[in-house]
Ligand binder design. Structure first.
Ligand code: HAM
Length: 419
């Protein structure tokens, strides 16, 4: 039997209504906040992700699906959306006509991580980015937006962890303090951390090995090394969120797993998904547009883990309801089958959920199928009725039956279903 590959999965129709509900609510909110949808390719040059996410990160070092195409170009299945959106902003010179752009996108991402609950190799993100605005108000606005979305979806028990990672101005003093600290703990760190010491010491703070975590519990924090401008920025974010009554926790140890971040960074965490606690993550990346060849442009964004969000909703007993059918046409005999076919197409065109069965089954079998599909009404078209130019409509809840005239059938049905 053919099966999906490890970490890849089908999302079956019985689960889809929850996905669609989230998607609709997110799009409605994005549009209200002035975001525009962007669709980006699933495949990009490897170099794009290596340069943005950072060569010395878990994603780039060991999680990307990278391969050479027939010409030998190195390509990668996108592990995230930010890099591609920035590439698109630069490639289409969007900054020249209007440097301020707000994008959202929803789609699959690929990371070759060890699969477990809440962690897949193909997973989905709902991503939002604002380019061209430096103000701390957009930082709080994005966290406010996330909070509002989760509220609308009925989610409780989530907490926003926020931190500031500083800027190139404050990094050197922080790095110096960090390196000094790491040096004193060197014998307790894993090989990977030792290797990263010179190349990317901030990443050591993100190590998942328990011994490393213990050894680094008191490591210096970026928050204690902020320059006055970053300090001001972070204070405004906090003050604004307080005013808006958005709960948050300042989490000095939050460093995120991607290298492009500057200043505000955050994660929305849940306690209900075991180790995979982050339902969404985001932050500022004021240096990335320039790094990838565009003009200096401040930017900020977040991505929601769509799969995880749905899992949290399912835990809250948000059982997806399958949409029931409006009408099932029971057509007995060839003439009724032909008529039924035309009615069903016409009703479908009008947005009335109508089904019929083309297998020429008996009345009993067709009624059974109508029940299986939870049809609200059944239209019974038999040879005799057609000869009399009438048709029976049965209400499956009350079991009441009425006889309708053929020539006014569709308008009568519209009256019932479009009430
Ligand atoms: P990230 O923290 O790597 O950030 O991913 C965002 C969210 O995607 C995570 O919080 C998690 O919910 C979900 N996620 C990540 N990996 C997996 C996985 N293997 N399986 C299921 N869900 C997963 C980013 O990707 C940044 N691009 C976010 C961003 C946008 N920052 C600025 N703009």
């Amino acid at each position: 039997m053919m099966q999906t590959i490890r970490g890849f999965r089908d999302i079956l129709p019985k689960h889809i209504s929850l996905w669609q509900r989230v998607e609709k609510e997110a799009i409605r909110l994005f549009e209200a906040f002035g975001f525009k949808e962007i669709r980006i390719p699933i495949l990009e040059k490897t170099q794009l992700f290596a340069r943005s996410i950072g060569e010395v990160t878990d994603i780039v070092e060991k999680e990307m699906y990278t391969f050479a195409d027939r010409k030998g170009d190195k390509l990668t299945l996108r592990p995230e959306a930010t890099a591609s959106i920035v590439r698109s902003y630069i490639q289409h010179k969007m900054y020249a006509t209007d440097p301020i752009r707000k994008f959202y996108m929803i789609g699959p991402m690929f990371r070759r991580e060890r699969p477990q609950k809440g962690r897949y190799r193909q997973f989905y993100q709902i991503d939002a980015e604002i380019l061209g605005v430096e103000s701390a108000y957009v930082d709080s606005q994005l966290i406010f937006l996330l909070n509002e979305l989760f509220k609308r979806l009925g989610l409780t028990g989530l907490s926003a962890h926020i931190n500031s990672l500083g800027c190139p101005e404050c990094r050197p003093s922080f790095q110096e303090a960090l390196l000094g600290f790491i040096e004193s703990k060197k014998d307790k760190l894993c090989k990977n951390c030792i290797r990263r010491m010179d190349k990317n010491p901030l990443r050591i703070l993100d190590c998942k090995v328990t011994d490393c975590k213990d050894a680094l519990a008191d490591a210096p924090a970026t928050l204690d090394h902020l320059c006055p401008a970053c300090e001001d920025h972070f204070n405004t974010v906090k003050k604004t969120l307080e005013k808006q009554k958005v709960d948050f926790i300042v989490d000095k140890s939050l460093v995120r797993g991607l290298d492009y971040y500057t200043r505000t960074a955050w994660e929305i965490q849940t306690t209900t998904l075991g180790a995979q606690s982050a339902v969404a993550g985001g932050g500022r990346y004021d240096g990335l547009v320039k790094e990838l060849g565009g003009p200096q442009t401040p930017a900020i964004g977040f991505a929601i883990g769509f799969d995880r969000l749905v899992e949290v909703m399912e835990q809250l007993n948000e059982i997806p309801v399958e949409k029931s059918l409006d009408l099932f046409i029971v057509s007995l005999g060839d003439a009724a089958m032909e008529k039924g076919y035309h009615w069903s197409c016409e009703l479908n065109q009008l947005g009335i959920r109508t089904e019929m069965d083309f297998r020429g089954k008996s009345m009993k079998a067709l009624m059974k199928r109508a029940n299986k599909l939870s049809a609200q009404y059944v239209l019974i078209a038999g040879e005799n009725e057609l000869m009399e130019n009438t048709i029976i409509l049965r209400d499956m809840n009350t079991k009441e039956q009425v006889s309708l005239a053929l020539e006014t059938l569709v308008p009568e049905l519209i009256k019932i279903f479009k009430k």
